[in-house]
Design a protein around this ligand. Structure first.
Ligand SMILES: N[C@@H](CCC(=O)N[C@@H](CS)C(=O)NCC(=O)O)C(=O)O
Length: 323
Protein backbone atom coordinates (compact mmCIF):
# COMPACT_ATOMS: atom_id res chain seq x y z
CA UNK A 1 0.00 0.00 0.00
CA UNK A 2 1.42 3.35 -0.85
CA UNK A 3 1.23 6.35 -3.11
CA UNK A 4 2.87 8.07 -6.05
CA UNK A 5 5.22 10.97 -5.48
CA UNK A 6 6.15 12.74 -8.71
CA UNK A 7 5.43 9.55 -10.59
CA UNK A 8 7.51 7.30 -8.27
CA UNK A 9 5.75 4.59 -6.28
CA UNK A 10 6.42 4.73 -2.51
CA UNK A 11 5.28 1.90 -0.24
CA UNK A 12 3.79 3.76 2.70
CA UNK A 13 0.74 3.39 4.97
CA UNK A 14 -1.60 6.29 5.91
CA UNK A 15 0.00 8.85 8.21
CA UNK A 16 -2.29 9.24 11.22
CA UNK A 17 0.35 10.85 13.47
CA UNK A 18 -0.40 14.31 12.21
CA UNK A 19 -4.10 13.97 13.12
CA UNK A 20 -4.01 12.47 16.63
CA UNK A 21 -4.59 8.92 15.41
CA UNK A 22 -7.51 9.83 13.13
CA UNK A 23 -7.75 8.45 9.62
CA UNK A 24 -8.32 11.32 7.17
CA UNK A 25 -9.34 10.36 3.66
CA UNK A 26 -7.68 12.36 0.90
CA UNK A 27 -10.02 13.93 -1.62
CA UNK A 28 -9.99 12.49 -5.15
CA UNK A 29 -7.99 14.67 -7.56
CA UNK A 30 -9.37 13.90 -11.01
CA UNK A 31 -12.80 15.40 -11.41
CA UNK A 32 -13.79 15.73 -15.08
CA UNK A 33 -17.25 14.64 -16.18
CA UNK A 34 -18.61 12.61 -19.07
CA UNK A 35 -21.69 14.44 -20.34
CA UNK A 36 -24.17 13.63 -23.10
CA UNK A 37 -22.67 16.21 -25.48
CA UNK A 38 -19.16 16.58 -24.08
CA UNK A 39 -19.79 19.97 -22.45
CA UNK A 40 -17.95 20.51 -19.19
CA UNK A 41 -19.70 19.10 -16.09
CA UNK A 42 -19.86 20.57 -12.58
CA UNK A 43 -16.05 20.38 -12.27
CA UNK A 44 -13.01 19.91 -14.49
CA UNK A 45 -12.87 20.33 -18.24
CA UNK A 46 -15.14 19.30 -21.11
CA UNK A 47 -14.35 17.03 -24.05
CA UNK A 48 -15.70 13.74 -22.66
CA UNK A 49 -18.90 13.02 -24.61
CA UNK A 50 -20.89 9.86 -23.84
CA UNK A 51 -19.85 7.27 -26.42
CA UNK A 52 -20.09 3.50 -26.57
CA UNK A 53 -16.78 1.66 -26.02
CA UNK A 54 -14.77 4.77 -25.24
CA UNK A 55 -14.64 4.61 -21.43
CA UNK A 56 -13.32 1.93 -19.10
CA UNK A 57 -13.55 1.31 -15.36
CA UNK A 58 -10.74 -0.01 -13.20
CA UNK A 59 -12.29 -1.42 -10.03
CA UNK A 60 -11.72 -3.65 -7.05
CA UNK A 61 -14.57 -6.00 -6.18
CA UNK A 62 -13.55 -5.55 -2.55
CA UNK A 63 -13.98 -1.80 -2.52
CA UNK A 64 -17.29 -0.24 -1.48
CA UNK A 65 -16.60 2.95 -3.47
CA UNK A 66 -15.83 1.00 -6.64
CA UNK A 67 -18.87 -1.20 -6.14
CA UNK A 68 -21.08 1.87 -6.40
CA UNK A 69 -19.90 2.31 -9.98
CA UNK A 70 -20.44 -1.37 -10.82
CA UNK A 71 -23.98 -1.17 -9.48
CA UNK A 72 -24.77 1.90 -11.59
CA UNK A 73 -23.18 0.27 -14.65
CA UNK A 74 -25.60 -2.64 -14.14
CA UNK A 75 -28.72 -0.68 -13.24
CA UNK A 76 -28.25 1.81 -16.07
CA UNK A 77 -27.62 -0.92 -18.67
CA UNK A 78 -24.09 0.22 -19.40
CA UNK A 79 -22.40 -3.17 -19.55
CA UNK A 80 -21.99 -3.06 -23.32
CA UNK A 81 -21.02 0.60 -23.21
CA UNK A 82 -18.32 0.72 -20.52
CA UNK A 83 -15.63 -1.95 -20.08
CA UNK A 84 -14.23 -3.10 -16.71
CA UNK A 85 -10.91 -4.40 -15.40
CA UNK A 86 -10.79 -5.87 -11.90
CA UNK A 87 -7.69 -5.70 -9.69
CA UNK A 88 -6.51 -8.46 -7.37
CA UNK A 89 -8.00 -8.38 -3.86
CA UNK A 90 -4.52 -8.03 -2.32
CA UNK A 91 -3.31 -4.48 -1.87
CA UNK A 92 0.23 -4.89 -0.57
CA UNK A 93 3.62 -3.28 -1.27
CA UNK A 94 2.77 -2.36 -4.87
CA UNK A 95 -0.75 -1.19 -4.08
CA UNK A 96 -3.52 -2.54 -6.31
CA UNK A 97 -2.18 -5.07 -8.82
CA UNK A 98 -3.38 -6.87 -11.95
CA UNK A 99 -2.02 -10.22 -10.79
CA UNK A 100 -4.30 -12.76 -12.48
CA UNK A 101 -3.14 -15.59 -10.20
CA UNK A 102 -4.62 -13.65 -7.30
CA UNK A 103 -8.02 -13.03 -8.91
CA UNK A 104 -7.48 -9.97 -11.10
CA UNK A 105 -9.00 -9.90 -14.58
CA UNK A 106 -5.77 -8.26 -15.71
CA UNK A 107 -5.51 -4.86 -17.34
CA UNK A 108 -7.35 -5.48 -20.61
CA UNK A 109 -6.22 -2.21 -22.14
CA UNK A 110 -2.47 -1.96 -21.61
CA UNK A 111 -1.42 -5.14 -19.78
CA UNK A 112 -0.10 -3.14 -16.81
CA UNK A 113 1.14 -4.97 -13.72
CA UNK A 114 0.03 -2.36 -11.21
CA UNK A 115 -2.76 0.20 -11.02
CA UNK A 116 -0.24 2.96 -10.31
CA UNK A 117 0.91 2.51 -13.92
CA UNK A 118 -2.55 3.65 -15.06
CA UNK A 119 -2.13 6.80 -12.98
CA UNK A 120 1.32 7.49 -14.44
CA UNK A 121 -0.01 6.78 -17.94
CA UNK A 122 -2.48 9.56 -17.21
CA UNK A 123 0.30 11.82 -15.99
CA UNK A 124 3.91 10.72 -15.75
CA UNK A 125 4.62 12.82 -12.65
CA UNK A 126 1.36 12.09 -10.83
CA UNK A 127 1.46 12.55 -7.04
CA UNK A 128 -1.20 11.14 -4.75
CA UNK A 129 -2.93 7.97 -3.66
CA UNK A 130 -3.71 5.34 -6.25
CA UNK A 131 -7.34 4.51 -5.62
CA UNK A 132 -10.16 2.62 -7.28
CA UNK A 133 -12.50 3.27 -8.97
CA UNK A 134 -10.83 4.89 -11.97
CA UNK A 135 -12.86 5.99 -15.00
CA UNK A 136 -10.53 5.94 -18.00
CA UNK A 137 -10.91 7.50 -21.46
CA UNK A 138 -9.41 5.16 -24.10
CA UNK A 139 -9.46 7.84 -26.75
CA UNK A 140 -7.63 10.61 -24.92
CA UNK A 141 -5.70 8.06 -22.80
CA UNK A 142 -6.37 9.80 -19.53
CA UNK A 143 -8.33 9.43 -16.34
CA UNK A 144 -11.66 11.22 -16.55
CA UNK A 145 -12.52 10.93 -12.86
CA UNK A 146 -11.55 8.93 -9.76
CA UNK A 147 -14.38 9.91 -7.43
CA UNK A 148 -17.14 7.30 -7.20
CA UNK A 149 -19.80 9.79 -6.05
CA UNK A 150 -19.35 11.66 -9.34
CA UNK A 151 -18.95 8.60 -11.55
CA UNK A 152 -22.35 7.29 -10.46
CA UNK A 153 -23.95 10.67 -11.24
CA UNK A 154 -22.51 10.50 -14.77
CA UNK A 155 -23.73 6.95 -15.21
CA UNK A 156 -27.15 8.01 -13.92
CA UNK A 157 -27.83 10.34 -16.84
CA UNK A 158 -25.03 10.99 -19.37
CA UNK A 159 -25.57 7.82 -21.43
CA UNK A 160 -29.39 7.78 -21.41
CA UNK A 161 -29.68 8.65 -25.12
CA UNK A 162 -27.37 5.76 -26.01
CA UNK A 163 -28.98 3.14 -23.80
CA UNK A 164 -32.59 4.36 -23.83
CA UNK A 165 -32.63 3.84 -20.06
CA UNK A 166 -34.39 6.71 -18.31
CA UNK A 167 -34.28 5.47 -14.70
CA UNK A 168 -33.27 8.34 -12.47
CA UNK A 169 -31.63 7.68 -9.13
CA UNK A 170 -31.08 11.38 -8.43
CA UNK A 171 -34.49 12.91 -9.18
CA UNK A 172 -34.78 16.67 -9.02
CA UNK A 173 -37.50 16.73 -6.37
CA UNK A 174 -35.50 14.56 -3.92
CA UNK A 175 -32.07 16.12 -4.38
CA UNK A 176 -32.14 18.11 -1.13
CA UNK A 177 -33.00 15.00 0.86
CA UNK A 178 -30.57 12.79 -1.03
CA UNK A 179 -27.68 15.22 -0.54
CA UNK A 180 -28.39 15.55 3.20
CA UNK A 181 -28.65 11.77 3.59
CA UNK A 182 -25.45 11.22 1.61
CA UNK A 183 -23.57 13.62 3.87
CA UNK A 184 -24.78 11.90 7.06
CA UNK A 185 -24.08 8.44 5.66
CA UNK A 186 -20.70 9.34 4.14
CA UNK A 187 -19.31 10.95 7.28
CA UNK A 188 -20.56 8.43 9.82
CA UNK A 189 -21.10 5.16 7.97
CA UNK A 190 -19.30 4.87 4.58
CA UNK A 191 -16.19 6.61 5.84
CA UNK A 192 -17.14 6.04 9.48
CA UNK A 193 -16.21 2.36 9.39
CA UNK A 194 -12.77 3.30 8.01
CA UNK A 195 -12.36 5.97 10.67
CA UNK A 196 -12.98 3.26 13.28
CA UNK A 197 -10.85 0.61 11.58
CA UNK A 198 -7.85 2.75 10.63
CA UNK A 199 -7.77 4.80 13.86
CA UNK A 200 -4.46 4.54 15.67
CA UNK A 201 -5.63 6.13 18.94
CA UNK A 202 -8.36 4.91 21.28
CA UNK A 203 -10.04 8.35 21.25
CA UNK A 204 -10.28 8.43 17.47
CA UNK A 205 -11.62 4.87 17.36
CA UNK A 206 -14.22 5.46 20.05
CA UNK A 207 -15.46 8.70 18.49
CA UNK A 208 -15.92 6.98 15.12
CA UNK A 209 -17.58 3.95 16.74
CA UNK A 210 -20.15 6.06 18.58
CA UNK A 211 -20.98 8.19 15.54
CA UNK A 212 -21.36 5.07 13.42
CA UNK A 213 -23.78 3.30 15.73
CA UNK A 214 -25.79 6.45 16.51
CA UNK A 215 -26.27 6.87 12.78
CA UNK A 216 -27.16 3.22 12.19
CA UNK A 217 -29.79 3.54 14.92
CA UNK A 218 -31.26 6.61 13.17
CA UNK A 219 -31.28 4.81 9.83
CA UNK A 220 -32.90 1.78 11.43
CA UNK A 221 -35.75 4.02 12.61
CA UNK A 222 -36.02 5.75 9.26
CA UNK A 223 -36.32 2.42 7.49
CA UNK A 224 -39.11 1.45 9.89
CA UNK A 225 -41.21 4.27 8.39
CA UNK A 226 -39.94 4.34 4.80
CA UNK A 227 -39.08 1.57 2.41
CA UNK A 228 -36.02 3.49 1.19
CA UNK A 229 -33.91 6.23 2.75
CA UNK A 230 -35.73 9.16 1.16
CA UNK A 231 -39.19 7.61 0.88
CA UNK A 232 -40.97 5.18 -1.39
CA UNK A 233 -38.50 5.47 -4.26
CA UNK A 234 -35.01 3.98 -4.37
CA UNK A 235 -32.28 6.56 -5.05
CA UNK A 236 -28.50 6.87 -5.18
CA UNK A 237 -28.55 7.45 -1.39
CA UNK A 238 -29.65 3.83 -0.95
CA UNK A 239 -27.01 2.43 -3.27
CA UNK A 240 -24.33 4.47 -1.50
CA UNK A 241 -25.37 3.06 1.88
CA UNK A 242 -25.77 -0.48 0.53
CA UNK A 243 -22.12 -1.02 -0.38
CA UNK A 244 -21.09 -0.39 3.25
CA UNK A 245 -23.93 -2.43 4.74
CA UNK A 246 -23.21 -5.50 2.60
CA UNK A 247 -19.63 -5.57 3.99
CA UNK A 248 -20.67 -4.87 7.57
CA UNK A 249 -20.98 -8.28 9.17
CA UNK A 250 -18.31 -9.93 7.03
CA UNK A 251 -15.61 -7.31 7.56
CA UNK A 252 -16.33 -4.12 9.47
CA UNK A 253 -17.85 -5.83 12.53
CA UNK A 254 -14.68 -7.84 13.22
CA UNK A 255 -11.77 -6.38 11.26
CA UNK A 256 -12.67 -2.72 11.87
CA UNK A 257 -13.96 -3.33 15.43
CA UNK A 258 -17.45 -2.00 14.64
CA UNK A 259 -18.95 -4.58 16.92
CA UNK A 260 -21.65 -3.00 19.05
CA UNK A 261 -24.13 -4.99 16.98
CA UNK A 262 -24.11 -6.91 13.75
CA UNK A 263 -26.17 -5.53 10.90
CA UNK A 264 -28.23 -8.71 11.19
CA UNK A 265 -29.32 -7.50 14.64
CA UNK A 266 -31.21 -4.50 13.18
CA UNK A 267 -34.48 -5.83 11.74
CA UNK A 268 -35.10 -3.00 9.29
CA UNK A 269 -31.52 -2.58 8.06
CA UNK A 270 -31.17 -6.31 7.72
CA UNK A 271 -34.31 -6.65 5.57
CA UNK A 272 -33.27 -3.57 3.58
CA UNK A 273 -29.76 -4.85 2.78
CA UNK A 274 -31.26 -8.12 1.56
CA UNK A 275 -33.80 -6.30 -0.60
CA UNK A 276 -31.06 -4.29 -2.28
CA UNK A 277 -28.85 -7.35 -2.65
CA UNK A 278 -31.73 -9.10 -4.43
CA UNK A 279 -32.36 -6.17 -6.81
CA UNK A 280 -31.89 -7.50 -10.36
CA UNK A 281 -28.18 -7.52 -11.25
CA UNK A 282 -26.88 -6.32 -7.90
CA UNK A 283 -25.82 -9.67 -6.39
CA UNK A 284 -23.47 -10.04 -9.39
CA UNK A 285 -21.52 -7.03 -8.12
CA UNK A 286 -20.99 -8.59 -4.67
CA UNK A 287 -17.97 -10.88 -4.27
CA UNK A 288 -17.37 -11.98 -0.69
CA UNK A 289 -14.14 -13.75 -1.59
CA UNK A 290 -12.61 -10.49 -2.85
CA UNK A 291 -14.17 -8.51 0.01
CA UNK A 292 -12.91 -10.66 2.86
CA UNK A 293 -9.54 -11.45 1.29
CA UNK A 294 -8.81 -7.82 0.59
CA UNK A 295 -9.41 -6.46 4.05
CA UNK A 296 -8.11 -9.33 6.17
CA UNK A 297 -5.06 -10.11 4.03
CA UNK A 298 -4.04 -6.59 2.97
CA UNK A 299 -4.14 -4.72 6.28
CA UNK A 300 -1.26 -6.53 7.96
CA UNK A 301 -0.97 -3.95 10.74
CA UNK A 302 -4.54 -4.83 11.80
CA UNK A 303 -4.43 -8.58 11.07
CA UNK A 304 -0.74 -9.62 11.01
CA UNK A 305 -1.39 -13.31 10.27
CA UNK A 306 -3.38 -12.45 7.16
CA UNK A 307 -5.78 -15.26 7.99
CA UNK A 308 -9.16 -14.67 6.38
CA UNK A 309 -12.05 -15.75 8.61
CA UNK A 310 -14.37 -18.44 7.30
CA UNK A 311 -17.62 -16.89 8.55
CA UNK A 312 -20.04 -15.38 8.97
CA UNK A 313 -22.67 -17.57 7.36
CA UNK A 314 -25.46 -15.21 6.41
CA UNK A 315 -28.13 -15.65 3.77
CA UNK A 316 -28.59 -12.44 1.80
CA UNK A 317 -30.91 -14.27 -0.59
CA UNK A 318 -33.48 -15.08 2.13
CA UNK A 319 -36.87 -13.33 1.77
CA UNK A 320 -36.47 -9.69 2.82
CA UNK A 321 -40.02 -8.92 3.91
CA UNK A 322 -39.85 -5.27 2.78
CA UNK A 323 -42.84 -5.39 0.43
N1 LIG B 1 -13.11 9.07 -2.93
C1 LIG B 1 -12.81 7.88 -3.53
C2 LIG B 1 -12.24 6.90 -2.50
C3 LIG B 1 -11.78 5.64 -3.17
C4 LIG B 1 -10.91 4.79 -2.24
O1 LIG B 1 -10.41 5.25 -1.20
N2 LIG B 1 -10.70 3.52 -2.63
C5 LIG B 1 -9.85 2.66 -1.83
C6 LIG B 1 -10.28 1.21 -1.94
S1 LIG B 1 -11.70 0.82 -1.01
C7 LIG B 1 -8.44 2.69 -2.38
O2 LIG B 1 -8.24 2.48 -3.55
N3 LIG B 1 -7.47 2.92 -1.49
C8 LIG B 1 -6.08 2.94 -1.82
C9 LIG B 1 -5.36 4.02 -1.06
O3 LIG B 1 -5.97 4.76 -0.30
O4 LIG B 1 -4.17 4.14 -1.24
C10 LIG B 1 -14.06 7.35 -4.19
O5 LIG B 1 -15.12 7.27 -3.54
O6 LIG B 1 -14.00 7.05 -5.37
Amino acid sequence: MGLLIKGQWQDRWYDTDKSGGEFEREGAQLRNWITADGAAGPSGEGGFPAEKGRYHLFVSLACPWAQRTLIFRKLKKLEDVIGVSVVSPYMLEHGWTFNKDEGSSGDDLYGSEFLHQIYTRHRADYSGRVTVPVLWDRERECIVNNESAEIIRMFNSAFDDLTGDGQDFYPQELRGDIDATNELVYQNVNNGVYRAGFATSREAYEAAYHRLFETLEKLEQRLGNNRYLTGARITEADWRLFTTLIRFDAVYHGHFKCNKQRLADYPNLWGYVRELYQWPGVAETVDFHHIKTHYYASHKHINPTGIVPLGPELDYAAPHGRG
